[in-house]
Structure formats: C-alpha cells, structure tokens
Design a protein around this ligand. Structure first.
Ligand code: TRP
Length: 333
C-alpha cells in the first residue's frame, strides 16, 4: 500500500467547500492508501502566531469535522504537527537547500503575500521569516513520512514542486535518502460561495459550515444570490446563474432538481419558496454529519484517542526517517 500524506491548517471549521472538495477525495482514498493526515498547527501559526487560542481550539474542531464527514480513524493516521518535532528538525536541514529568491518566486507564497498586503495595507514589511519559509516546512511534512503521493488542489502544486526540488537536491548531495512525492490532483471542481464567488471561504463570508445551526443556515440561504433579472415571483428566470439552484444540485435529490429547474424557467416558482425548500434539503443533508459530530462533541476523550493513536503512528515513522537523514548528512553522532 502506498503512503499518502496531506495536511490541513486548523484555522476554522470545515465548510461545504471542504466537504465536496478535499473531503470527498480523502473519503475515497482512505481505503486505498496508508493515509497520514496532518493537523498543521505549526503551519497555521506562521500567520496566526498572535492567536494561539484560535489554533489550539481549531485542532479539535477540525478533527471532529473530519471524523463527522466520514474519515475513519481505523484507516487514517490523524496527527498533530507540533507533536512531531522531527518535522521542525528536518525543516532546519532543508532550509540550507532552498534560496530566499526561490521562496519569493513560489507562486503560492507570492499570492498569499499579495493577499496580506491587500489585507493589511502595508508593503510586505510584516512578512516573517517563518511565513516565507513555510514551503520548506511543508516539504518536511511530506518527506518525514515518506509520502509517495500527496492529494492537492491546483493552488498547492507550487508547494509540491518546491518539495520535489528539495528532495532532489538533498539526494544529490547526501545520497539517495528521501522519497520524491507524486501529486494526486483533485478531480472535484471548486465549490462556489452563496454570493456566487468562485471560492467559498471564511474571509469571504459566503460559506455554509458543517456546524452551522438551523437559524444560521436559514439566514445564509435567504441571503443567497439569485438571477438578478427576476423581479417578481412569477417572472421566468435562469437557474444556471442562481446560487440557490446551484446548492439544490449539491444537496437535493435529482428528481426534485429537475422539477425545480423547470418551474424556475417557466416562472412557476418564487425565490422565497425555492429558498425554503433548499433550507429543508440542506437540513436533511447535514443532519447525519451533525449527528456524528455530536457524538465526538459529547465524547472529547474519543477525539483525543484518535489524535494520540495517529500521532504515535506518525512518530514511529518520523524517527525512522530522521535516522536515515542524519546518517546521510553525517550528523549521526
Ligand atoms: N498548505 C496546506 C493548506 O494550506 C496544508 C498542508 C500542510 C499540507 N502540510 C501539508 C498539504 C502537506 C499537503 C501536504 O491547506
């Protein structure tokens, strides 16, 4: 069985974008790979170092979310990044193999720096050494567990390329030691936000979270963007540009969606009624996930057990890799 590794920054709860995106891929691959899932708290701290409470809380929040969407702790090694100091140790050694210029050219880092400049309105002076270097730390995440395959979205590809460069450089200097990872590019399309934005996200305020309660969901759906040309209840409209229909297609039944689409086109369906039907469908869709999550909410010791077990598995693997690396680098005193 091949080893697969991926990570997730614990900075907020999972939303539907995660459920239908990475979450879907992860549910599928858990049966076919030896799957290490890193809760990347150290990486989350690179740009949340001034809010440790948030990171700590979200380590448990996203673990519960991941269990609720059907990742099986018998199959997946859930582990906390900061509990594996070998990753930090590898990061130090790898940092000699990467130039600052190369990190500054990394497209993912570049985009994130641009977003920060926009957000904080400064000239990038606040970019820390730790943030600039997080691709190096991510290369350590992957290689520490000899990850052969890494499931990624498009936005993470430059980070994987950077990892492969580090592996090749390491192996060429110190001898064949590290495993060069392959990508498993996600086939699931990105889920749009309730406002029609191409991306669903916390900062955009357009996401439905798996933990959202009935009232929150009702408010969010009532505010979703519909066909702007439809003014009156019985105006015909175009469901293909309506976010309410878009979400019906995600969570409602196929036969209902056909009816909804036809009624909408003929002007036989008001948006309010349509939204109410979506609220119902969303409720039904989320109920089993929330039910499962409630179990872990009420049994935090079970969550700890999952994390402890996974972290123990990860530790074993990390110690093995570290030994090989130190031998190769002639620092195995
Ligand atoms: N950078 C990823 C993200 O922001 C999280 C991550 C951390 C990761 N370590 C990883 C992804 C290793 C793939 C492999 O979502």
């Amino acid at each position: 069985m091949k080893t697969i590794l991926t990570g997730l920054r614990p900075t907020g709860n999972l939303h539907l974008g995660h459920y239908f995106g990475a979450g879907k891929t992860w549910r599928e691959i858990q049966n076919d790979y030896d799957f290490y899932l890193e809760i990347a708290d150290v990486q989350a701290l690179t740009d949340n170092f001034n809010d440790p409470e948030k990171v700590r809380r979200n380590v448990f929040e996203i673990t519960k979310d991941l269990l609720a969407i059907g990742l099986d702790p018998e199959k997946v090694h859930f582990f906390i990044q900061s509990k594996i100091p070998e990753i930090a140790e590898l990061t130090v050694y790898y940092s000699n193999l990467v130039t600052v210029a190369r990190l500054q050219r990394n497209p993912t880092v570049k985009t994130e720096i641009a977003q920060k400049k926009e957000l904080f309105g400064n000239d990038g002076e606040s970019i820390t050494y730790g943030f600039l270097g997080y691709p190096v730390s991510q290369a350590a995440d992957i290689t520490c567990f000899e990850g052969e395959v890494v499931p990624v979205g498009e936005d993470q590809l430059p980070l994987l390329e950077q990892c492969r460069e580090i592996v090749r450089k390491f192996n060429s200097i110190y001898g064949e030691t590290l495993v060069e990872p392959q990508q498993l590019l996600s086939k699931t399309p990105r889920i749009k936000g309730l406002d029609g934005n191409d991306k669903m996200g916390k900062s955009l305020g357009n996401a439905i979270y798996l933990v959202d309660d009935d009232e929150t969901i009702r408010q969010k759906i009532m505010g979703a963007v519909t066909d702007p040309n439809k003014i009156k209840k019985d105006d015909p409209a175009n469901p293909d540009i309506c976010m309410v229909y878009y979400y019906h297609k995600l969570v409602n039944k196929e036969e209902n969606n056909q009816r909804i689409c036809e009624e909408c086109k003929k002007g036989e369906r008001g948006c309010v009624a349509c939204k109410k039907e979506l609220i119902e469908a969303m409720h039904e869709f989320l109920a089993p996930i929330q039910e499962k999550r409630k179990f872990y909410e009420e049994h935090p010791e079970e969550v700890n057990k999952v994390l402890d077990k996974g972290t123990q598995d990860a530790k074993e693997k990390a110690v093995e890799t570290m030994k090989k690396v130190k031998q190769a680098m002639k620092i195995d005193y």
